[in-house]
Design a protein around this ligand. Structure first.
Ligand code: NAD
Length: 378
């Protein structure tokens, strides 16, 4: 049987990425599989219909794709409406937000739909090429700096001009994960004086290798699997007291701190923001998870005592062409695990496939996608 891989136009507000770019679509066709897509699916990402190979079929409308796809790939995938239209034994691959609206997963399971969550791909070395959290965080880290640079009332680089010398901006990046390191690298490229901070000691060398200084606040918090753990109240206080002193000399603050499965750690209090220099800019990448800074509001820009506090949502969608290319390559690498010499096959012995499956054999199988029982930790 020839497999049909479908993709549709994203419907979430502000979502301009597309799950399959022309380069990936070609690779899928190369397996002997078919591609069916909704008209204008890639338009907003910079890939008009004609950018796709003539071998890709353009459907008349969205429901035609959903009705026919054996495999549906999406960015923000699996809405209630789409589940109704999908074939009974379809496979869905996308960022399905496993912690949200979990009734979708039982609905999908009831229809025999197998759902793979790109967010739940194990963060192992073998799975790195499929890691959308990394690829999209990297886009967000880059764009956070551009946003800060365009909102700041100052230059980032040092400038020597006939009108005198301008000092470089002082940028502090909190959280040296994928987004934070990309933010540091981008701010360095723009010529700023960059300092990085994280609670994981292995980040000291990573920060320094980018030409940034490391800020030592005397708090280390290594958790499981190479991630940070949440800080104790005492550690939080030490961190805040030491950070407060440094913040008064910062022009731009970019916060990217996160602890898996928890709300964004609250690191910057309203008082600390009040004490920052007038004209400073904060970009809080933790905004959607509740914010690393107390005054942050997701999707808003606020001015607090002359400090601009920006809480962007879905920043990677604002660089849609490259964000889609990277996402699409991640999807292709996952799809490749489902290809057995041209035949579509799900090998449940594979730890990556088993690890990111949310529904399978008519059941919701991933603990992340099951409603939390009272008393269970999220
Ligand atoms: P993340 O988005 O979960 O967190 C961002 C950063 O915030 C982390 O560096 C974390 O240490 C830091 N942080 C958390 N609480 C903090 C606090 N209170 N104060 C300051 N900083 C705080 O992390 P991420 O970017 O997704 O990944 C983190 C690390 O995971 C990577 O640097 C890497 O070592 C590892 N990783 C491995 C793979 C892989 O092997 N496939 C892929 C991606 C990441």
């Amino acid at each position: 049987m020839t497999i049909t891989v479908g993709f549709v136009k994203e419907t979430k507000d502000g979502e301009s990425r597309v799950a399959l770019v022309p380069e990936t679509a070609e690779k899928i066709l190369g397996l002997g599989w078919q591609i069916l897509f909704e008209p204008d699916a890639g338009e907003q990402a910079g890939f008009p219909n004609e950018a796709y190979s003539e071998m890709c079929q353009m459907a008349k409308k969205r429901s035609d794709v959903l009705n026919a796809a054996d495999v549906l790939v999406g960015v923000d995938a699996l809405s209630n409406e789409d589940i109704k239209e999908l074939k009974n034994d379809a496979v869905v691959i996308g960022m399905v937000s496993p912690y949200q609206e979990q009734d979708r997963f039982s609905q999908a399971a009831e229809k025999g739909i197998t759902v793979f969550s790109m967010e739940l791909i194990p963060r192992t070395t073998r799975a790195q090429a499929m890691d959308v959290l990394s690829s999209q965080a990297s886009v967000a880290g880059y764009k956070a700096v551009l946003l800060a640079a365009s909102e700041a009332p100052r230059f980032f680089p040092m400038l020597t001009t006939a009108a005198g010398t301008i000092r470089p901006a002082s940028v502090l990046v909190i959280g040296a994960g994928v987004a934070g390191l990309q933010a540091m690298a981008t701010a360095r490229r723009l010529g700023a004086n960059v300092t990085g901070y994280d609670v994981r000691p292995e980040t000291v060398e990573q920060v320094k290798s980018l030409g940034a200084k490391f800020l030592d606040l005397g708090v280390e918090a290594v958790g499981e699997g190479g991630y940070a753990r949440a800080l104790t109240d005492e550690e939080k206080l030490t961190q805040q007291q030491n950070l407060a002193k440094h913040l008064t000399s910062v022009d731009v603050l970019i916060t990217t701190a996160a602890v898996p499965g928890r709300p964004a750690p609250r690191i910057i209090t309203a008082d600390m923001v009040n004490d920052m220099k007038a004209g400073s800019v904060i970009v809080d990448l933790g905004a959607e998870g509740g914010g690393n800074c107390e005054p942050t509001e997701a999707g808003q820009t606020k001015v607090v005592n002359n400090v601009k506090v920006i809480g962007p949502k879905n920043l990677s969608a604002t660089v849609p062409l490259h964000a889609s290319e990277m996402y699409s390559r991640n999807v292709w690498n996952l799809l490749s695990l489902m290809n057995n010499e041209g035949e579509f096959a799900l090998n449940w012995e594979d730890d990556i496939l088993a690890g990111c499956a949310v529904t399978r054999d008519g059941k919701v199988v991933h603990p992340a996608a099951k409603p939390q029982q009272d008393g269970e930790k999220s």
